[in-house]
Design a protein around this ligand. Structure first.
Ligand code: ADP
Length: 277
C-alpha cells in the first residue's frame, strides 16, 4: 500500500475521506477557497504547477517502475476535456495517455464491465487519464436503468477490489469529480448552442440527461462515498470557475507526484570513464 497522505496538503480540502458521507449539494461549486489569487494570479500559478508536473512526469517515465491513473468524471459539460487540455499541456506525450470511454460496443458488453477498462490502465512509467471510466457503470447505467440494481450495486465492491489490484501493482489511482451547478450547466449548454465553434459538442442527448440531474447527483454521491479509499481517493473539485478547477486538479496531481518522488534511474555503467570521440 502507498503511504498515507499526511494531512498537510492543499489538496486535502477536496479529498473525500474513506467512509465519509458525501453531500454534493453542500459544496459551493463556485468556490475559490485557497486559491493563490483571483483569475490572473491563479492562472499564473497553474503555469508553475504545469512546469513542475512536466518535470515529475519526465522522472516517472524515466524510472519505469510505477504509474498513475487519473479518473475524470463529471456531469455533461463539467469540463473534463478542458481540464485535460490545461493541466497536461507541457507533459511528454510519449508517457501520457488519454482514453475516453463512450457507450460500450457489443464486444465490450459481452464481457464484464471492467474488461475494457483494465486493458487501458497505465503501464509502468505512464500517466493515463480516463475521460469517463468504469464509474459510468454505476452512474449512467444506474440512472438509465440499463441493468438491474442487483447487477450494479455489487459493483462498488468490485471497483474497490479492482483499484486495489492496480495499487498493489504500482499504480497510484486518483479520481476527480468536477462539480458544477445546475445553473452553470445551463449556461454551458446554451453556449454550445450559441457559439459556432462549440456547436459540434452539443448533443440532444445532453438535454435528456440534464432532466435526470437529481438522479445523477445521488448516483455520484453514493459512488464517491463508497469508493473513496486511502489508496484511491476521490476529490470533489468545485468546477464552475475553470481557472479554479484547473488549479485544484494541477495542485492535486503535483502533490501526488511529489509524494511518489520518482527518480531518474542510475546509469548502467560508470559514465565518468566514457569518452565520446
Ligand atoms: P463526452 O460526453 O464525455 O464528451 P461522448 O459524447 O462520446 O463523450 O459521450 C460518451 C457517452 O458514453 C456518454 O453519454 C456516457 O454516458 C456514455 N457511456 C460511457 N460509458 C458507458 C457505459 N459503461 N454504459 C453506458 N453508457 C456509457
Amino acid at each position: 500500500m502507498p503511504p498515507m497522505l499526511d494531512g498537510n496538503r492543499t489538496s486535502d480540502r477536496w479529498r473525500v475521506p474513506p467512509g465519509a458521507a458525501v453531500d454534493l449539494a453542500a459544496v459551493d461549486t463556485a468556490s475559490t477557497d485557497g486559491a493563490p489569487g483571483r483569475k490572473k494570479d491563479t492562472e499564473s500559478a497553474v503555469g508553475d504547477l504545469r512546469d513542475e508536473l512536466a518535470d515529475l512526469q519526465a522522472r516517472l517515465w524515466a524510472e519505469r517502475e510505477r504509474s498513475v491513473l487519473v479518473v475524470l468524471q463529471a456531469i455533461d459539460t463539467g469540463g473534463k476535456d478542458g481540464t485535460i487540455r490545461h493541466v497536461l499541456r507541457g507533459t511528454n506525450p510519449a508517457g501520457v495517455k488519454v482514453h475516453a470511454f463512450g457507450r460500450p460496443t457489443d464486444e465490450e458488453l459481452a464481457h464484464d464491465f471492467l474488461w475494457r477498462v483494465h486493458a487501458r490502465t497505465p503501464a509502468k512509467g505512464e500517466i493515463t487519464v480516463f475521460n469517463r471510466s468504469h464509474y459510468e457503470d454505476v452512474l449512467v447505467v444506474r440512472v438509465n436503468r440499463l441493468v438491474d440494481e442487483a447487477v450494479w450495486r455489487p459493483r462498488y465492491d468490485q471497483i474497490r477490489g479492482f483499484e486495489e489490484t492496480l495499487t498493489i501493482a504500482g499504480t497510484r489511482v486518483v479520481k476527480f469529480f468536477l462539480h458544477i451547478s445546475r445553473e452553470e450547466q445551463a449556461r454551458r449548454l446554451q453556449r454550445r448552442l450559441d457559439l459556432p465553434d462549440k456547436r459540434w459538442k452539443f448533443e440532444a442527448g445532453d438535454l435528456k440527461e440534464r432532466a435526470h440531474w437529481d438522479d445523477y447527483q445521488a448516483a455520484f454521491a453514493e459512488a464517491l462515498a463508497r469508493t473513496s479509499t486511502e489508496a484511491a481517493p476521490w476529490y470533489v473539485i468545485p468546477a464552475d470557475k475553470k481557472w479554479y478547477r484547473n488549479w485544484a486538479v494541477a495542485t492535486t496531481l503535483v502533490e501526488l507526484l511529489r509524494d511518489m518522488d520518482p527518480q531518474y534511474p542510475a546509469p548502467a555503467a560508470d559514465l565518468d570513464e566514457m569518452v565520446v570521440r
